[in-house]
Ligand binder design. Sequence first.
Ligand SMILES: Nc1ncnc2c1ncn2[C@@H]1O[C@H](COP(=O)(O)OP(=O)(O)OP(=O)(O)O)[C@@H](O)[C@H]1O
Ligand SMILES: [Mg+2]
Length: 366
Amino acid sequence: MDFFKRLFQKTPDQGAIDIGSSHVKLAVVEKKKSGPAELLYFAVAPTPPMTIKDGSILDAQTLGDTIAGLLRANNIQSQKFKLLSAVSGQQVVIRPIPMTKMKPEEVKQAIRFEAERYLPYPVADAYVTGEIISPDIGDGRQMEVLLIAVPNEILEAAREVIKMSDVEPAGIDLEPLALQRALRLFLSEEQYNGTVVLVNCGASFSSINIFSAGRLKHNRTISVAGNSFTKAIGQSLNVSFDEAEKIKKEKGVIKVDGGAEDVAPTTQKIFNLVEPVLKDFVTEVQRSIDYYRSRNKDESIDLVVLSGGTAAFKNIESYLSKEFGVECVVADPFSNLNLSKVKGMTSSELRELAPASMVVLGLALQ
Ligand SMILES: Nc1ncnc2c1ncn2[C@@H]1O[C@H](COP(=O)(O)OP(=O)(O)OP(=O)(O)O)[C@@H](O)[C@H]1O
Ligand SMILES: [Mg+2]
């Protein structure tokens, strides 16, 4: 029965892929005219070793094979199927800059000249664009433009991986914009329109994004992320990376000062190992918040949302709430999706992967 249903079910034409350094995530979502969007396919595979290093793709063929494997396992074999992916990292520059007032259609040309002083690479080697985010910064002469720059090399590498998986690229999006779309899935209208700090803490990198009134206003990538915690455990206990990863996920709990719970000695020991990394993480996020507040004095931070696999670290949201003095929640993008069509995973298994699925779901919603 299931087989026939699958056979006659039309494969949708577009899906999304998030190629992380630790996991590759695939999602296909169908938007509905009314009611929640439906998640049709969702799959995750570990990223093969030595294929991505420091944010750069080293082995497009092996990554492409991994994606092709996920598509085959889910019976997605349509000739027309296309995949949308995202780029991110320290080389992707997204920042508000002041520019002399001009028409929106003139911005795209003029920004290439402006961009030079903000980019660590030549403008000629990058895709550069800009979008007016506020028509007047208050002096009557200048406006605020969101500068976006992605090195051509990064775009080409992203396209190459998709081609190696034997499907066509549907396009390339920016990770912060995908994250923003995914926020819509679980924040209230009021929360979404406030000032929200979204920290996507993956394995190699964390991106800090500040949205105000539904617009991206700040983006920064830092290297304190999941691997930093794993390395701290591995080095102190003198165990392999894989062993340390297992200890972190199974025994790691973040202790909150003043919390009532007495923790087991092993838990306390692991907490002591990860605490310095956690402190670095807090310092970096706080630095972004302070920078943003210094430029937007009339705004306060309403909410901190934590996503990425590291958001599953037990208690991390309570720790961060206390440190930042702001409500902090773990992203739950599956909460308002219809999950009944997804095969091979129970909804509780899916919910466990929720924070790590923000990017791929945001892409799939495009
Ligand atoms: N329960 C858990 N406790 C602590 N950390 C966890 C837990 N579950 C997953 N992680 C961590 O989440 C990270 C993976 O998250 P994610 O899938 O978002 O990364 P990625 O997108 O592959 O990496 P990146 O974007 O940095 O290239 C790993 O470092 C993993 O150890
Ligand atoms: Mg990631």
